[in-house]
Design a protein around this ligand. Structure first.
Ligand code: ADP
Ligand code: MG
Length: 690
């Protein structure tokens, strides 16, 4: 029978699974028998052999057998039941903090026990806490040991290991009759899907535990491949669906563009020219562009996005530019206004905070097309906003818009056409992450910084030397430089962070009374933030105390010193992003990482990386290694790359092959594509949400 049966067979068809248990299993995302088979162990116990008590080592998981030599209550810090078990090599204590009267009576009666559990060093020597145990009959042959390694599964409340093992055993029995459909071409070296699954639930006693623990066993790799393939297919199919729509061909006359380029105080870098060309060609096509623009902090992505915007405007279409925060949106607005209004282009402004009459005015400008460019936050994509021939959406992403938000934007086009999409990321994304989380996008990379940037010298200093750092700020400012002082807090509380920044600003004010000091944090009104930022830009404020709200995008070339408090609490990409706020002008720039001792080994390793490298791509790779994809991409997008078996860091090398396989399947066997996606992603498939 085909897989359809297993994947449509509800778990309630298994013995001992009622609606109660089914509901609990659903919490583990297990609905069908197939789901059970794909619920894989996180580790294994070796219960295939008995360890002599005399040979036990602390912190090992073992099976022992021995005779009960006594059973008593012990009254230490906590009351416990202790039971001594002896074989011909030694004696060990079993300890139970919770036990029933029946249990105590049974153990007190004596007899021969087999126990499973972890050995640890306790107050009586080696002990086992709460081992699983069984009494052995006269005839041990009736109670054989396990033939294979014992799986330890992820569990949920009300579904314990024992229970899971029993029902997965039943599922495995079904597997042998009705094997799972093999979607991949059989590679002789790799195990079949069914074999891989069987192996992973019940590895033979001599299976290589080290390979299994590191996830590198061929059976695991077989599944990791298919899992990553499913994600890849889901995104590629989404891309395919979007690409089937028509998009406006943006082929305008480039007079305005040339005028714009001539007005810039600098020539474009080669990299900027190259990616602008890539974008231009996409925009001229009748199918929607789906492009990711990557570039290190300060590489000049904004100009590139303005060039794309101009091409769209020149062909009579509207542009929407969306940023994740007010501050960032504001900055784009300032740049675009400065650059493009002299060329006769009108810019509308829409965020959640634009209200009442002002909002109506902006909405009208967008709706009539009087504004050729609309800039704002996600407020731009609420339902009331009616665009006027939207041709291009630019998203400055800063890790915050997931695939789903990207999808929501599609619907804003007109006449059956959908807009082109340009996604800019604020920090570089490691290649493997880009290949997985952004598989639906083509990628352009600005791999060159504008000339004349000198790398920011980074020093790591303990905050016990805070006063020296304050002196440093005094000296730098005395020479006309500007300084950022960034306060960070571990709690995700804007309020606490704001308070910390206020306290720091007050303290610095006392220490540096001669300096004009500004304060910026997330609790200020947008107008206040904007006023402070523009005063800082104008040089009226010399020392800007800020929370991480300044992380993204802020651009003040005269700022050449940045102090970051508690840098050990931040991710590397975020630190890199912050540090990128300095080193934008001619002056030699410095970043002081002011940590709170003691620094953990990992913490000091991370700060050392910041000292050693300025390459955003390298830093992003390190961040991925140290913190994993969820942290690197931001929580919103974690769902987009939720892998259960595969690990991007470990299995990323498979991606090129996976990509080839995915493309082949999409053209040759679309029916398989759906089945693979359903097997691995179920309702989290991106396409199903289109
Ligand atoms: P990011 O890629 O981090 O968004 P921005 O677009 O904010 O970088 O650009 C950083 C700074 O570099 C801005 O002040 C911008 O005007 C400037 N810039 C951009 N391109 C060039 C260039 N080709 N030559 C010199 N300066 C440039
Ligand atoms: Mg930027």
């Amino acid at each position: 029978m085909s897989e359809v049966v297993l994947d449509q067979l509800p778990v309630t068809r298994l013995k001992g699974v009622g609606t109660q248990l089914a509901m609990k299993l659903a919490r583990l995302r297990i609905h069908s028998v197939q789901d059970l088979l794909f619920h894989l162990p996180i580790r294994y116990l070796d219960r295939t052999r008995i360890t002599p008590i005399g040979a036990l080592q602390p912190n090992s998981d073992v099976v022992i057998e021995g005779d009960i030599r006594g059973c008593d209550l012990a009254f230490g810090r906590r009351r416990s039941l202790i039971c001594r078990v002896q074989d011909h090599t030694g004696i060990i204590t079993l300890r139970f903090f919770h036990f029933s009267t029946a249990q105590r009576q049974n153990l007190a009666r004596g007899g021969k026990l087999r126990c499973f559990g972890e050995v640890r060093a306790g107050s009586t020597g080696l002990e086992m806490y709460h081992p699983e145990y069984q009494f052995l009959d006269e005839n041990p042959a009736k109670q054989p040991l396990q033939q294979h390694l014992t799986a330890v599964y992820p569990v949920a409340e009300g579904v314990n290991q024992q229970r899971l093992r029993t029902i997965i055993d039943q599922a495995l029995a079904l597997l042998s009759d009705r094997s799972l459909t093999e979607f991949l071409e059989q590679d002789n070296a790799a195990p079949s899907l069914g074999d891989a699954i069987k192996f992973l639930h019940q590895p033979p006693a001599d299976a290589p535990l080290d390979l299994l623990a590191s996830g590198e066993h061929p059976a695991q790799q077989r599944l990791a491949f298919e899992e990553m393939l499913a994600h890849q297919l889901s995104l590629l199919r989404l891309r395919q669906a979007i690409r089937q729509h028509r998009a406006p061909e943006l082929k305008g006359d480039d007079t305005v563009l040339l005028e714009f380029l001539a007005s810039l105080p600098f020539p474009l870098t080669n990299a900027q020219q190259r990616v602008s060309q890539e974008i231009k060609q996409d925009l001229e096509k009748p199918s929607p562009m789906l492009r990711l623009l990557q570039g290190d902090v300060g590489s000049g992505k904004t100009v590139v996005s303005a060039i794309a915007a101009l091409q769209c405007v020149a062909s009579g279409r509207q542009v929407a530019l969306m940023a994740p925060t007010e501050i960032l949106a504001e900055q784009h607005r300032n740049n675009f206004t400065r650059w493009l209004e002299p060329l006769g282009i009108q810019i509308a402004w829409l965020t959640g905070k634009v209200k009442g009459k002002a909002r109506e005015r902006q909405l009208a400008m967008i709706g009539t097309g009087d504004a050729q460019i609309a800039i704002g936050t996600h407020a731009l994509f609420q339902d009331q906003v009616q665009f006027h021939g939207l041709g291009l959406i630019i998203i400055d992403e800063q890790h915050r818009f997931g695939v789903h938000q990207r999808l929501a934007l599609r619907n804003k086009g007109q006449h059956g056409q959908i807009p082109h999409q340009l996604v800019m990321t604020a920090t570089p994304i490691p290649r493997t992450l880009a290949m997985s989380a952004y598989a639906d996008l083509d990628c352009s990379i600005i791999d060159e910084l504008p000339p004349g940037r000198s790398p920011v010298s980074t020093v790591v200093i303990s905050n016990q030397r805070r006063l020296e750092v304050v002196e440093r700020v005094r000296n730098a400012c005395a020479q006309g430089c500007q300084t950022y002082w960034v306060c960070t807090l571990i709690e995700e509380s804007e309020l606490l962070e704001a308070e910390a920044a206020e306290a720091t600003a007050d303290a610095l004010h006392l220490l540096l009374p001669e300096l004009p000091i500004g304060l910026i944090h997330g609790r200020l009104k947008p107008a206040e933030k904007a006023a402070t930022m523009s005063a800082f830009k104008a040089g009226e404020i010399q020392l800007l105390v800020a929370t991480t709200v300044i992380e993204v995008g802020v651009d003040v070339p005269n700022a050449s010193l940045m102090v970051i408090e508690n840098p050990e609490r931040l991710g590397l990409a975020q630190l890199h992003q912050l540090r990128g706020r300095v080193g934008r002008g001619q002056a030699e720039s410095y970043c002081v990482l002011l940590y709170s001792p003691p620094l953990s080994a990992a913490g000091s390793q991370r700060l050392a990386i910041m000292r050693q490298t300025h390459d955003g791509f390298q830093i992003a790779e390190k961040d991925l290694q140290l913190r994993g994809p969820g942290e690197v991409l931001g929580t919103r997008q974690t769902g987009d790359v939720m892998l259960h078996i595969a690990d991007l860091q470990r299995d990323g090398h498979l991606l090129p092959e996976i990509r080839r396989t995915a493309e082949k399947l999409l053209t040759k066997s679309p029916d398989r594509v759906s089945a693979i996606i359903r097997r691995w992603l179920g309702e989290t498939d991106h396409f199903s949400q289109v």
